[in-house]
Write a protein that binds this ligand. Structure first.
Ligand code: ATP
Ligand code: MG
Length: 579
């Protein structure tokens, strides 16, 4: 491709609203343009990158035996009512009416539609297993679309759905998808981890998220550097402390702590470590047909409540946080002064708290705290549960070393749905004994558009993007200095262009009539990893300058060796054969 026949849409500045480097760089490099909140057009350069990701995804899905199909993104409400998700999805689902006032949605995902196809098409165990996938636009009316295509409203997802006769079959299909995902993200050149994930409401048993490691990621991942344990923080278990609870050594005392509200402030004021304090959080457990029950949750001052784990504690599911009014009325205390002593509400203590003695809590009275508090003496023994987020340094749940915390961007998700959908939608088959059974289903998503943003989060510097080879819109940038002034430069550039094209290495010849500074800055912004600069001075000695986008210096290379040199610098790790 030649710049003179292309459209480069680079910008000096990114719009104010762009916060993340990937969002800024995608706009500045002219990969995308905003159409509306969470809606983006892919410009020619960006689309080339997106297509490369899609190609690798398709190759690996096909290799794993999945079959590509495509379903309409606009889907009738009736299907979604069969599984109850028409109501469950809430405002995240974009709803549409046609001229006859029939209801539709713009698909946020496609389990229902695929179930509908399979229940009509597949009848016998002989036709199983099957796995259908598509690369299709999805719409989710996210509350806070942000970070460009990272969390958009309209985005491209590769979604696959497997159907098996039994659970053993599902596990095999799941494993095949898991391995295909490992190959996909490896071939894309990304640093990633597969982490065990929460299965939420669906009621499946197995689920993994594929997380691209990046400081700006929205998800926290707990992993053990000494083993292959990795889990979303929502799921990672915080083990009970090994040491048993110490005996009480202090009397309970009420102390004045004027103006000190947070645990940090109170500790600084009392000269105690944060690990001696306990936070009290009041929630309401609400079951249909029963009055709401108030429950007080206790976590250590420096720990964070984990809502996903909390919602799994028997007697707490489902729960919501108590309102200030409920707290004032039932506990006769201001929400800022709360503590567990002296109430008759049920108390659920985190495992760490349950092993504490002589601790500090709120005194249910503004400006006061209780010190030297002990279970069994000052308040009843609590219900004990794992309700906090793990922190760095906690023991790994697999017993091997300590946990570390990293941030990640969820680019893929694999999920064993079991028969949650198939039984509701009558997706059955006849087994070899003539019996009718629901199929075992799995679903597998990759946020294809998000992958592009995630790759930039991981691969950029202050000048611009640095594409991993497999995702780069072009393989090599040829930058002639004086293309329009010097015959020698133009001839050499054309020769190099022809040689790279013949070698199948996708050259981008920047033949624009611009100052060298502009050409070089644009190329750094766009981030094609390999660059050949051709100037008159070098040509006198028969050389051009090669520089990888990550190199700090250029290397002089003979003009006729340029192709061989770039080949030698291509990253071998990401070729399909190596994966
Ligand atoms: P998230 O937790 O980020 O909201 P999710 O768990 O709801 O995502 P899934 O239903 O698992 O998403 O969808 C499969 C994949 O689609 C995700 O792993 C992610 O890569 C991508 N994805 C989901 N929502 C968006 C979005 N709003 N914009 C871009 N990609 C998305
Ligand atoms: Mg997910």
């Amino acid at each position: 491709m030649r710049a003179s026949q292309y459209y480069l849409a680079t910008l000096k500045e990114a719009p104010q609203e762009a916060e993340l480097p990937s969002h800024k760089l995608m706009l500045r490099a002219g990969l995308i343009r905003k159409l509306g909140s969470g809606l983006y057009s892919w410009m020619p350069l960006g689309l080339r990158v997106l297509r490369k990701v899609e190609t690798i995804v398709r190759e690996e899905m096909n290799r794993a035996g999945a079959l590509e199909f495509v379903a309409p993104p606009i889907q009738p409400a009736e299907l979604w009512k069969e599984t109850g998700r028409w109501d469950l999805y809430g405002p995240l689902m974009l709803r549409i009416r046609d001229r006859a006032e029939r209801e539709f949605c713009y698909a946020p995902t496609a389990e229902e539609v695929v179930c509908d196809i399979v229940r009509r098409e597949i009848k016998s165990y002989r036709q199983l297993p099957v796995n259908f996938y598509q690369v299709q636009t999805k719409f989710r009316d996210e509350i806070r679309p942000r970070f460009g295509v990272m969390r958009a409203r309209e985005f491209t997802m590769k979604d696959a759905y497997s159907f098996d006769a039994d659970y053993a079959g599902l596990q095999k299909s799941y494993r095949a998808m898991y391995e295909a995902y490992v190959r996909i993200f490896t071939r894309l050149g990304l640093e990633f981890r597969a982490v065990a994930a929460d299965t939420g409401e669906i009621g499946g048993t197995g689920s993994h998220e594929f997380q691209v490691i990046a400081g700006s990621g929205e998800d926290a991942i707990a992993f053990a550097p000494d083993s292959d344990y990795a889990a979303n923080v929502e799921l990672a278990e915080a083990l009970a402390p090994k040491a048993p609870r110490g005996g009480a050594t202090q009397a309970m005392r009420k102390v004045a702590t004027p103006g000190q509200h947070t645990c940090e402030d109170v500790c600084a004021f009392l000269g105690l470590p944060l690990e001696k304090t306990v936070k009290s959080i009041v929630v309401m457990h609400e079951e249909e047909g029963k009055p709401a029950e108030m429950v007080m949750l206790l976590v250590r001052g420096d720990h964070m409540l984990n809502e996903v784990k909390t919602s799994k504690v028997p007697g707490l599911k489902p729960f919501r946080f108590a309102t200030d009014a409920e707290i004032r009325e039932r506990l006769r205390a201001t929400p800022g002064s709360l503590g567990p002593v002296g109430h008759d509400v049920k108390i659920v203590a985190d495992r760490t708290v349950a092993a504490m003695s002589d601790f500090v809590v709120g005194a249910n009275e503004d400006g006061h705290h209780l010190t030297g508090v002990n279970f069994g003496r000052d308040l009843p023994e609590p219900v004990v549960a794992d309700i906090r987020n793990v922190v760095a340094g906690d023991p790994s749940p697999d017993g091997r070393g300590k946990l570390d915390i990293a941030r990640g961007i969820e680019v893929g998700h694999v999920f064993q749905l079991r028969t949650a959908y198939t039984s509701k939608m009558g997706v059955t088959y006849i087994d070899d004994k003539g019996e009718t059974k629901p199929m075992e289903m799995g679903c597998y998503g990759i946020g294809v558009t998000r992958v592009v943003a995630a790759a930039i989060e991981q691969n950029h510097d202050d000048k611009g993007i640095i594409w991993p080879d497999p995702m780069s819109p072009f393989t090599v940038a040829i930058v002639p200095l004086g293309f329009h002034k010097s015959d020698a430069v133009r001839d050499a550039a054309e020769k190099a262009y022809a040689a790279f094209s013949a070698a199948g290495l996708e050259p981008f010849l920047d033949d624009r009539n611009e100052r060298p500074g502009v050409l070089l800055a644009d190329q750094e912004l766009i981030g094609i990893p390999h660059r050949i600069v051709i100037g008159e001075r070098g040509l006198k000695e028969g050389v051009v300058e090669y520089q990888h986008r990550r190199d700090t210096q250029a290397t002089r290379v003979a003009l006729d060796q340029a192709v061989a040199h770039v080949r030698s610098r291509l990253d071998p790790a990401h070729s399909p054969r190596a994966a």
